[in-house]
Design a protein around this ligand. Structure first.
Ligand SMILES: [Zn+2]
Length: 208
């Protein structure tokens, strides 16, 4: 009987290479960025409240505005022919897409340090913390002004240091036939004979 109890309790340990919260939220921001149609810059943002995602966004043209008609250029003689006056940044979209009443006291995970326009939105929305990955525009006017505003408003800004450089999503992994993922079913009848019989039997129970 003890043998069966032991078998039920099992000796399998939980995974230790699972995605931890901050990596998961930053990865969601990066995955969302893949939805962007901007040819030069794909940025995503993910808003988190008490470890739950309450908003996701990526840079895109405003709702109802045809992104085939609006320009995607970074440079043009006339600034009206660049994307800048039209495109909505990821932070704006994440805030507008929120599925909670508000985003007060939330943390925003975002690929790039926010520009000054997004800093204004972040502050006014009551977001308390910004976790960013890249600060490549650190010395631009937009980011200098942004830091000034976020700092004055007491929004904490922290650069994210990922533990891994990439996360691969493989749609075929769910069909993986790794024998380690298979388990041996236990028999409802106790005793050493049953345990031996169940050990000989191997069923795939790696399903949710
Ligand atoms: Zn911005």
């Amino acid at each position: 009987m003890d043998e069966v109890k032991q078998q039920k309790r099992g000796t399998t340990k939980k995974r230790d290479d699972y995605l931890e919260g901050p990596e998961y939220f930053m990865a969601v921001a990066f995955l969302s960025a893949q939805r962007s149609k901007d040819p030069s810059s794909q940025v995503g943002a993910c808003i988190v409240k008490e470890n739950k995602i309450v908003g996701i966004g990526y840079n895109r043209m405003p709702n109802g505005c045809d992104d085939d008609l609006l320009p995607w250029s970074r440079c043009a003689e006339d600034r009206l022919d660049t994307k800048y006056p039209y495109v909505c940044h990821a932070e704006l979209n994440a805030i507008m897409n929120k599925n909670s009443a508000d985003v007060k006291d939330c943390t925003m995970y975002v690929a790039l340090f926010p520009c000054n326009e997004c800093a204004k939105l972040i502050i006014q929305a009551g977001i308390r913390e910004v976790i960013y990955l890249s600060d490549k525009y650190h010395d631009t006017l937009e980011v200098v002004a942004s830091r000034r505003l976020l700092d004055m408003a007491g929004v904490k800004c922290k650069q994210f240091e990922p533990k891994r450089t990439e996360i691969v999503i493989n749609f075929n992994s769910i069909n993986d036939n790794n024998p380690q993922k298979r388990c041996r079913t236990s028999s409802p009848v106790g005793g050493a004979a049953a345990a031996a019989a169940s050990a000989a039997q191997s069923d795939d129970c790696d399903r949710k």
